[in-house]
Design a protein around this ligand. Structure first.
Ligand SMILES: [Zn+2]
Length: 88
């Protein structure tokens, strides 16, 4: 696990858990309460390789219907369109 933020160089990292979003093609899997360390300064998160491999393996099992997820969310998808009269 990282001892220094590779992104900003800060040395204060805090162990916590977070929601991880894993993408497998067009399929998404949210995993709740995933252990990570987070940079106190910029918020960059670092995950143990074993944690990421476990999430990837779980997602493959779900995608291949060998395992059921705990629940499903409906996800709406939209292209961003600037409101009329506002140049972005
Ligand atoms: Zn950082």
């Amino acid at each position: 696990m990282a001892e220094q933020c590779a992104f900003c160089g800060n040395k204060h990292l805090t162990a916590k858990t977070t929601r991880y979003l894993h993408r497998h093609g067009e399929e998404l899997l949210f995993v709740e309460h995933v252990p990570c360390v987070e940079c106190d300064f910029c918020g960059e998160q670092y995950f143990d390789i074993a944690v990421l491999k476990k999430i990837e393996a779980d997602h493959l099992e779900i995608a291949e219907q060998r395992k059921l997820p705990q629940r499903y969310l409906r996800v709406a998808v939209e292209e961003f369109k600037a409101p009329a009269g506002i140049a972005l």
